[in-house]
Design a binder for this molecule. Structure first.
Ligand code: GAL
Length: 400
């Protein structure tokens, strides 16, 4: 997918509209997409950080959050950009206090959320929290924010929260776009710039309406730590590629790298594709005990650079014959990122043709292999490689 226009200036606290002209890579179809952008200045590139849910579910406490912040720093992950430390479901008491405030669970978060925010801020990190556009959160262990949007946004701002993930459970059946708009408005009036992550699982096609409301929106149901779950999330998310851009991103759910349910090559594929499609890079494992393999994958600065590329174009599947796939996307400076992905169970030679990835047939490129960390000389017309089962190769092509 090549985007022909669509750079926008993010103007604080203003909603504005601009035209994105997009052309299907390798084809002739051009789609005009009118896209609004939430002007809170956040999410210029996809968010990076950690979230408690995929590994810990409800088994969380303030010590875990502090130790994770410490681990992000001492593993070097924070320095690579993983700055959000996001607390998911189950952080609160079952009931609001007599003034209607959400209250951190006394048994697990006795120091309160503000003290955690102060702790992570002192390390140069940011704190994220979780609520729900319904009467209770998905775990049913704490209240949701429906009907309390202004109140809760003010609470989060007063605690120094930087990011809100907003779930969709236990809602009264009204449209997500109405319920999420209320929290978006409340956050924008909270006096603090808070990244707004919509989590309505893609049920109401949020890519088509959420960019004026939030900085990211889930396009899928929950990811699980398996090859089948991960690949299906990638495919579902892919259809919305043209709707992502600076300020607002499609979210195929958080990373499972390091949780143990996939092989190292499968995790490398997971991370490569998430990076290419400009997904939020939210680590979902226990960073305190992370394996060397997982740390090596999550720390590849060249793959991260693709995700964080300033142009903000979501890469997409451009060729998918059987189990051999080519995914590609434009980067700034005329470069192109390419993933050759073998989704089958035997070794395969996969070829990216220039016509598939938006280069003219005469273009000569230098090829950087991001996992081998090696540069291959001049290449023209196509790029082919033999790829192991469930593995991928990831390249950046630079026209010479
Ligand atoms: C789900 C959500 C998950 C997690 C969970 C918490 O709805 O998609 O990512 O937040 O709720 O209960």
């Amino acid at each position: 997918m090549a985007r022909l226009g669509g750079e926008a200036t993010l103007t604080s606290r203003l909603l504005f509209f601009f035209l994105l002209s997009t052309a299907v890579m390798g084809g002739s179809k051009t789609v005009e997409t009118r896209r609004s952008v939430l002007g809170n200045g956040l999410g210029r590139t996809p968010p990076m950080g950690w979230n408690s849910w995929n590994h810990f579910h409800c088994n969380i406490n303030e010590r875990l959050i502090r130790e994770t912040a410490d681990a992000l720093v001492h593993t070097g992950l924070a320095g690579l950009g993983y700055r959000y430390v996001n607390i998911d479901d189950c952080w609160g008491e079952a009931n609001r206090d007599y003034q209607g405030n959400l209250v951190a669970k006394r048994s697990t978060f006795p120091s309160g959320i503000k003290s955690l925010a102060d702790y992570v801020h002192a390390k140069g990190l940011k704190l994220g929290i979780y609520s729900d556009a319904g009467s209770q959160t998905c775990s049913r262990t704490m209240p949701g924010s429906l009907g309390y949007e202004q109140h809760d946004a003010a609470t989060f701002a007063s605690w120094g929260v930087d990011y809100l993930k907003y779930d969709n459970c236990n809602n009264p059946g009204t449209r997500p776009r109405e319920r999420y708009a209320k929290m978006s408005y409340a956050l924008r009036n909270s006096g603090r710039n808070i990244f707004f992550s919509l989590c309505e699982w893609g049920v109401d096609n949020p890519a088509t309406w959420a960019s004026g409301m939030g900085n990211s929106w889930r396009t899928t149901g929950d990811i699980y730590d398996s090859w089948g779950s991960m690949t299906s999330r990638a495919d579902e998310n892919n259809r919305w590629a043209s709707y992502a851009g600076p300020g607002g991103w499609n979210d195929p759910d958080m990373l499972e790298v390091g949780n143990g349910g996939m092989s190292t090559e499968e995790y490398r594929s997971h991370f490569s594709i998430w990076a290419l499609v400009k997904a939020p890079l939210l680590i979902g494992c226990d960073v305190r005990t992370i394996s060397g393999d997982a740390l090596e994958i999550l720390s590849n600065s060249e793959v991260i650079a693709v995700n964080q590329d300033y142009l903000g174009v979501q890469g997409k599947k451009v060729f998918g014959g059987g189990s051999e796939e080519v995914w590609a996307g434009r980067l700034s400076g005329g470069k192109v990122a390419v993933v050759l992905w073998n989704r089958g169970s035997s070794r395969a030679t996969i070829t990216a043709r220039w016509s598939d990835i938006g280069l003219s047939s005469s273009t000569v490129v230098s090829v950087r292999d991001l996992w081998a960390r090696a540069t291959i000389g001049s290449v023209r017309g196509q790029l082919a490689a033999t790829v192991s089962p469930h593995a991928c190769k990831m390249y950046v092509l630079t026209p010479r």
